[in-house]
Design a protein around this ligand. Structure first.
Ligand code: NAD
Length: 421
């Protein structure tokens, strides 16, 4: 038996410590604003439950590898836990905790009754066959089974996972528990429009933050995955000029605006933006320094740091990814007059639409895509206006204001419900 040491593609490695430091820094600032006592601060800074598991995977050649998996429930004081499942070589317990914490604040800010969770497996899915990936997913679910379930913790796709992964998760859960497949909230097909919901939500945040007609607005998007690719397309359809996008393989640029549908077709075929012939190639990280109106990091944490923040020229940064701007970079961007729309506000679309799905399954009722879009838009715009008003009243950045509102709501739930929550 061998312990699988995940492959380390340097570009894809994130530092879990850095993500958790950022999350704790943001929490600390909000707690200061809210005047929270030490006990409550400590409760909010520590996850309610955290599990590290060893996941054996039988490889096609008969070898047995073991990878590490994590599942963290940060907070459940406002409702059942909700969070992504990430397959990435850099996943660790610190990163998983940070992502779970951000999810708690995201749900509270959007006003939906969920707590925050996250799962992670330290593996590069591109290096496993489909069968290995399925075995790994099912075994991981077996290991974390006591924590998850339709009424207590509902995983959704995140980096390195997709709807196929989530179908394996649901099926493994169902097989292990006997929980019925049909008519349950973790339904395989889901509500109208969940797949692109995060991107649709980020588009709403971008347009709200622009505060003017989008025609001609230049945009650069880092990350061309489940969030970045549909987002680039939606922004182009709204009239923006998406001049550059990047992914792990490289970056492409076209001053006249990229043909996003064509670029998506290319990446589906070739596995990445590199080699796309209808635009200029760009060094991947030069994307951050382009002279564009809007910069959207939609890849991983820690993309904009104190090292590259001074060279960011966009006046608006909208966080499609979780934690892409470090606290040091935040200060530099703020001092330089760049507004950052924070992750917990900008990328809440998926969790909002998941909640709408849950409501439909409980009632039961079925809303049209138009009705779902309208509700998503109302919730996102409502949260946006609460955050911008508080920021203006108290002289806070949008991130600080968003955290004050969200942390305040969770703290209040603890105070109302007592120590057991
Ligand atoms: P994904 O795995 O579908 O896509 C990630 C993309 O980032 C890929 O295109 C990858 O090539 C690219 N990438 C990785 N390293 C890069 C680098 N150094 N430079 C440029 N590009 C790089 O993941 P996703 O679901 O699109 O998630 C992206 C981010 O959005 C993550 O932070 C995730 O937590 C966050 N998020 C996702 C959702 C969702 O619904 N999927 C919801 C909320 C937040």
């Amino acid at each position: 038996m061998s312990i699988m040491v995940p492959s380390t593609t340097p570009a894809l490695i994130t530092s879990g410590h850095q993500a958790l430091d950022s999350a704790l820094h943001q929490l600390g600032q909000a707690a200061d604003q809210l005047g929270l006592d030490d006990g409550l601060r400590t409760m909010l800074a520590t996850p309610r439950r955290s599990m590290t598991v060893s996941v054996p995977v039988r490889r096609e050649d008969g070898r047995l590898d073991v990878v590490q998996g994590f599942h963290v429930q940060h907070n459940v004081s406002r409702g059942p836990a909700k969070g992504g499942l990430r397959f990435h070589p850099g996943a660790d317990v610190h990163e998983t905790t940070a992502l779970a914490m951000w999810m708690t604040w995201k749900c509270a800010l959007a006003g939906i009754p969920y707590g925050g969770a996250e799962g992670g497996v330290a593996v590069d899915p591109a290096r496993l066959t489909d069968r290995e990936l399925e075995r790994l997913t099912r075994r991981y679910v077996n290991e974390i089974l006591p924590l998850i379930g339709p009424e207590k913790d509902i995983p959704v796709a995140d980096v390195g996972t997709d709807e196929r992964t989530m179908t394996w998760v649901r099926d493994a859960y169902n097989l292990n528990t006997g929980y019925p497949v049909s008519g349950e909230p973790m339904a395989p097909d889901g509500s109208s429009g969940r797949a692109d919901a995060t991107a649709r939500g980020v588009r709403i945040a971008v347009l709200a933050a622009l505060g003017r007609a989008p025609a001609g607005t230049t945009v650069a998007v880092q990350g061309f995955g489940k969030v970045g690719a549909p987002l680039a397309q939606f922004l182009a359809e709204a009239g923006c000029k998406v001049v550059a996008v990047s992914d792990a393989t490289g970056a492409v640029h076209s001053g006249g605006g990229l043909d996003i549908a064509r670029l998506r077709a290319w990446t589906a075929e070739s596995g990445g933006v590199a080699g796309y012939r209808h635009a200029d190639a760009l060094a991947r990280d030069d994307l951050f320094e382009l002279d564009v109106d809007v910069l959207i990091p939609a890849a991983l944490e820690g993309a904009i740091t104190e090292a590259n923040a001074p060279r960011v020229r966009a006046r608006l940064v909208v966080e499609g990814a979780n934690g892409p701007v470090t606290p040091q970079a935040d200060e530099i961007l703020h001092a330089g007059g760049t507004t950052v729309v924070p992750d917990i506000l900008a990328n809440a679309g998926e969790v909002i639409v998941s909640h709408l799905e849950w409501v439909q399954s409980l009632q039961p009722c079925s809303w049209s895509p138009g009705e779902v879009e309208l509700k998503l838009s109302d919730l996102m715009r409502g949260a946006f206006s609460e955050v911008t008003s508080l920021a203006a009243d108290r002289g806070l950045t949008l991130r600080q204001a968003a955290h004050v509102i969200a942390v305040g709501r969770v703290a209040e739930a603890h105070q109302v419900r007592g120590l057991c929550h």
